[in-house]
Design a protein around this ligand. Sequence first.
Ligand code: SF4
Length: 222
Amino acid sequence: MPYQPFRVTVHSRDQADLIHIASGAHRAMEEGMDRMPKNLALPDGTIAPVACRLGCHHCCTQQVSLTLGEIALVAGHLAAQDDETRRRLAAAIRAALPRAAGRTLSQRKLDRMPCPLLGGDGACGLYAARPLACRAYLSADLDACRADAEAPDAGVAVPQPVAAKRGQIQLMLQLLQREAAAGFQGGEFELIQALNLVLDDDTAFTRARQGQDAFAAARVRA
Ligand code: SF4
């Protein structure tokens, strides 16, 4: 079993705790990835090498779901960027909102809108803070990724490893449990709407800690 449960100690029930919890899950994901064989075991039983390469970003046009702690982690990394980068990414996040707001998961699958955190070089602008969903997305077939991105309604199946998907689900569940146990009004949220909420309201995490559904507008829609 490559993915181990992660353990973190919560102290003050504030935004720093959320970041601490999410970082624990991300570390567990990376350690699990490191233990995985370099060739991928696919759902049909075949084995194939990883096709993912730096700058390849066909998958970065899908909806990203993340937890409250992961929002805090991404927001923290955004705040730590230099002025020019922070302004550029914030502008891209705001510009992406009209296309993302109110869409369901399946609508977003068809929209295939580029993630606002993508850089001009095709790499993630906040790579160290990327959510579990992004960390777990590995492909064994670049042509399938490209075909899926170009024709999202064609039903192209991108071959993905079973172990990474299973690890993502396990760690996501643990993350949600730990955030709830730490007293936060959490859940699964959509990246673009969640980051817009943080940009517009610096009390959002405090209100979530007080039991308010401060990120309600960003909840993932089935
Ligand atoms: S957060 Fe980064 S890795 Fe995830 S979809 Fe956006 S650009 Fe891609």
